[in-house]
Design a protein around this ligand. Structure first.
Ligand code: SAM
Length: 229
């Protein structure tokens, strides 16, 4: 669905997020990082972060928890993990968890919390943000990549035409599933705009640097950052 919705561009957005975060245990540091990728079923972000840390900083110690509410998505991530350098490694674990609650993740335990194309599906987004704040250590980083709002009116007109008419039709043709694609379009439409979402991150307690977000592809997607001080 991400491929269809973004015409494959979500792969570039994910790569950009990983490079922007630039995480990894630095050679002169004693402390490996504890990553948490929420709604991370496919493992794209999890493997990407671990690869970045390993290839750029020689970090082979930091750990990753992939949390997702859907056991089938976790199974898909675990299957994909088998063809990565982290296959059967104790450094990565997959956990069935509702991102709004995450009762198996202790307070103040994670250095980096990522979520890509997941928080839009939460029933209570603010509860998810409050939980992100709870599980991060002081100094920890929250980073969210999500579909957002195109801010330029003429471009938005074209984008809306694509998403409202073409996408459900493509869903019907590609996956014989018009309804799921219709849901996808509507969930993007309903998701708070960049400013509102940045304010929700602030409300959870995070310090939001600058305006708090970076638009990608004219705002089709955006990266929001928060820091737990
Ligand atoms: C579009 S997929 C994104 C997967 C992955 N992050 C990526 O970008 O490829 C959305 C994911 O959100 C998960 N999800 C939805 N609601 C959730 C919740 N309340 N808690 C945790 N995960 C959730 C779904 O199970 C699904 O795996």
């Amino acid at each position: 669905m991400n491929d269809v919705m973004s015409m494959g561009i979500h792969r570039l957005w994910k790569k950009h997020l990983i490079e922007k975060l630039d995480c990894g245990k630095r050679p002169n540091s004693q402390e490996p990082l504890n990553f948490l990728d929420v709604a991370g079923g496919t493992g794209d972000i999890a493997f990407g972060l671990l690869d970045h840390a390993r290839l750029k900083y020689g970090d082979v110690e930091s750990t990753m928890t992939v949390a997702d509410i859907n056991p089938d998505m976790l199974a898909e991530g675990q299957k994909r993990c088998l063809s990565t350098p982290y296959a059967h490694s104790p450094r990565i674990n997959f956990l069935e968890q509702n991102g709004e609650i995450m009762d198996k993740i202790p307070d103040n335990s994670k250095d980096v919390y990522t979520i890509a194309f997941g928080i839009r599906n939460f029933t209570n987004i603010q509860a998810g943000l409050n939980t992100a704040y709870r599980v991060l250590k002081p100094g920890g980083i929250f980073a969210c990549l999500e579909f957002s709002q195109v801010e330029e009116p003429a471009l938005d007109y074209i984008y809306q035409a694509y998403s409202f008419s073409l996408l459900p039709m493509m869903g019907q043709l590609i996956a014989n599933d018009r309804d799921s694609y219709q849901y996808l379009v509507e969930s993007i439409r309903k998701f708070p705009n960049q400013e509102t979402f940045a304010n929700m991150i602030r409300k959870a307690g995070f310090y939001v640097p600058g305006k708090g977000y970076e638009n990608l592809t004219f705002g089709v997607a955006a990266i929001h950052i928060g820091v737990k001080l």
